[in-house]
Write a protein that binds this ligand. Structure first.
Ligand code: FES
Ligand code: FES
Length: 368
């Protein structure tokens, strides 16, 4: 049974940089009354109340009534917010917060929090709220009516996301157009409800555990894990082999590249069950006996291919796979082989030079 306030935790991540955490408060985020305040939609779906105090006394009001307009709240002169009160979670409740910004940590272009309480496959209570798409962070009351009382099937999700797009009043500003914000809200509402539906289904039928045995960097390993887990998760979280990195988790960046039976794969999309009986090589397995770096690793170091800790292990593994297949690749062939490995910052010139240098080293010494 889920507990706590997970949507609120999700909302803290995109704006809680170290500098902000050293200075800011949740109350400050609310009193700033930005329409895009990340903490507001989760607190609205949790039906938070705020406590306001001045020298004459204390009053409480629902957070929903606290926001009056962009940058405007119900605070009277001399009043301060002294508490944010949340009802304790009860029942079979799940919640989530999703947002889209231009970069990871910036003001949201649009955001959505959703909370559902389920009873036997039917949603008996729904709360939805959106940020950055109206003059104030907004409860989506009409959208909630499309969800409460129904199973979370595709038709309900479609109706609800269309209603949400109608219910908001976005503007065009430096961050986005009104049309894009409307589109985003529709997508985010659908995704949020889908995510809650999946979480609920998972809890009703917990994943099967399975035993998987394979060879990892020349040693036999055996693990008992949830059958749906990826090889990347198991390498890092179960076996403690953290040399393999997670960049995107979606098969796009190649940071998680490992070799399975000498073939390069993205381990974030590789089901661990598929590794049964296979030989898996990670960047930790490239060291020569005695702990010396392999030629590919040496060349990456000498020619500046070692750029950052995120992309380098995957680049190295993809290079090893390439050189095993093609010991003398041209620049075009190297670039083609590394198309699935993204560097988001520095570029590929030194990486390509490193692979060429590794090829030469290996042809001299004929080892990887
Ligand atoms: S983490 Fe696997 S491809 Fe990006
Ligand atoms: S992503 Fe690692 S150097 Fe660019």
């Amino acid at each position: 049974m889920p507990t706590g306030y997970p949507a609120l935790i999700d909302s803290m991540r995109p704006f809680g940089s170290r500098q902000i955490r050293n200075m800011a408060t949740l109350g400050g985020n609310l009193c700033n009354a930005s329409p895009g305040a990340d903490a507001a939609p989760p607190l609205l779906v949790y039906e938070a109340t705020v406590e306001l105090r001045d020298r004459n006394g204390t009053r409480e009001m629902p957070l929903e009534d606290f926001f009056v307009g962009p940058g405007e709240t119900a605070l009277r002169p001399g009043e301060v917010m002294t508490a944010i009160l949340l009802p304790p979670p009860h029942g079979d409740v799940r919640s989530v917060y999703l947002r889209k910004g231009r970069v990871k940590m910036d003001v949201a272009t649009a955001s959505v929090a959703a909370l559902v309480e389920m009873d036997g496959g039917t949603c008996v209570r729904a709360r939805l709220a959106a940020g950055a798409v109206a003059p104030v962070p907004k409860r989506l009351i009409a959208t909630e009516r499309q969800v409460a009382g129904f199973p979370l099937d595709d038709a309900v999700l479609e109706r609800a996301s269309a209603e949400a797009a109608d219910e908001i009043s976005p503007i065009t500003d430096v961050r986005s157009t009104a049309e894009y914000r409307r589109h985003l809200t529709r997508v985010l509402v659908r995704r949020a409800l889908e995510r809650l539906r999946t979480a609920e289904a998972r809890e009703r039928s917990p994943p099967m555990r399975t035993a998987v045995a394979f060879e990892l960097n020349g040693h036999d390993v055996s693990v008992e894990v949830d059958a749906h887990r990826s090889l990347l998760d198991v390498l890092r979280d179960v076996l403690g082999e953290t040399g393999t990195k997670e960049g995107c988790g979606e098969g796009e960046c190649g940071a998680c590249t490992v070799l399975v039976d000498d073939v390069a794969v993205v381990s974030c999309l590789f089901p661990v069950c598929e590794a049964e009986g296979a030989s898996v090589t990670t960047v930790e397995g490239l060291f020569a006996p005695g702990g010396d770096l392999s030629p590919v690793q040496r060349a990456y170091l000498e020619f500046g291919g070692t750029q950052c800790g995120f992309c380098t292990p995957g680049m190295v593994m993809a290079s090893v796979a390439l050189l095993a297949e093609n010991p003398d690749p041209s620049e075009d062939e190297i670039r083609y082989a590394l198309l699935g490995n993204l560097c988001r910052c520095t570029g590929y010139v030194q990486i390509v030079e490193s692979v060429r240098a590794a090829a030469e080293l290996m042809m001299e010494g004929s080892q990887r």
